[in-house]
Design a binder for this molecule. Structure first.
Ligand SMILES: NC(=O)c1ccc[n+]([C@@H]2O[C@H](COP(=O)([O-])OP(=O)(O)OC[C@H]3O[C@@H](n4cnc5c(N)ncnc54)[C@H](O)[C@@H]3O)[C@@H](O)[C@H]2O)c1
Length: 249
């Protein structure tokens, strides 16, 4: 992993979906850069194992559940960095999807971000901080077979801007930005491939939509998240940070 120069030394971070994929890489990078991290995830086995390995703390959290959020945040005295990263990807067109599947996608990917942005305020407003919401290239550019995911990630994109304006106008010193990865090979892609008849064709299709000619790597996303978490990005708020191999162009 690149860089261990204490860019977020002594900061306290809370990372949702921190037990796998992008969240896991963000957790490792934050710890390497000097932060203490609360790993929050619905998957207790993976989260506890990672916390034990890194000497950090795990808290079980279903991001779609408000009571879970309040209980998890209650265990934290101070938080400087919140990464609303937990998410799922529901495959399907408007014709295929049931309303239940659509609502489930929104409950995790949108309600989860809403609850995090809302309930972090008392933990951050006295000293300021950075909230980073994981949207997607799919929140910018639509695909015919990802109707629920496209809509959810577009909602995260615009919610981020509204939240950023509110935090700024209130003078809380809290910034809020969204990150938009292209396709990155993590377990979430394996879960999407498991939902279709021809996973290899789907994978090849993803590669073809990235002008750079490959999928991304988790460390290419945690690098921008680290920048947004650090004071180096002190003038950035309400912005969309696209790291997508050109796929949103
Ligand atoms: N991998 C990609 O290609 C890609 C691209 C763009 C955006 N993203 C976004 O990045 C984020 C992380 O994706 P990933 O690729 O690391 O996926 P992943 O499946 O590897 O990890 C997601 C993590 O979120 C957790 N999670 C799922 N539902 C949860 C819930 N209700 N409450 C708490 N935790 C929950 C899972 O247990 C898992 O640890 C997601 O928001 C995803 O939409 C991923």
């Amino acid at each position: 992993m690149a860089g261990t120069s204490g860019r977020i030394a002594d900061k306290m971070a809370f990372v949702t979906g921190g037990a796998s994929g992008l969240g896991l890489d963000i957790v490792r990078r934050f710890v390497a850069e000097g932060a203490s991290v609360v790993i929050a995830d619905i998957d207790a086995a993976a989260g506890e194992a990672l916390a034990a390995e890194l000497g950090q703390r795990f808290v079980k959290l279903d991001v779609s559940n408000e009571a879970d959020w309040l209980a998890a945040l209650d265990t934290c005295e101070r938080i400087d960095i919140l990464v609303n990263n937990a998410g799922i990807t529901t495959h399907g067109s408007i014709e295929d999807l049931t309303i239940d599947a659509f609502r489930h996608e929104f409950s995790v990917d949108v309600d989860g971000v809403f609850l995090g942005c809302k309930h972090i305020i008392p933990k951050m407003k006295d000293h300021g901080g950075s909230v980073i919401n994981m949207s997607s290239m799919c929140g910018v550019r639509a695909q015919g077979d990802l109707a629920a995911y496209n809509a959810a990630k577009a909602a995260v994109t615009h919610l981020t801007k509204s939240v950023a304006l509110h935090y700024a106008r209130k003078g809380y010193g809290i910034r809020c930005n969204s990150v938009h990865p292209g396709a990155i090979h993590t377990p979430i892609l394996d879960k999407v491939m498991a939902q279709v008849d021809d996973p290899q064709a789907l994978y090849d299709g993803w590669v073809a939509t990235h002008p750079i000619g490959r999928l991304g790597k988790p460390e290419e996303i945690s690098a921008i998240v680290l920048y947004l978490a650090s004071d180096e990005s002190a003038f950035a708020t309400g912005a969309e940070f696209r790291v997508d191999g050109g796929s949103s162009l």
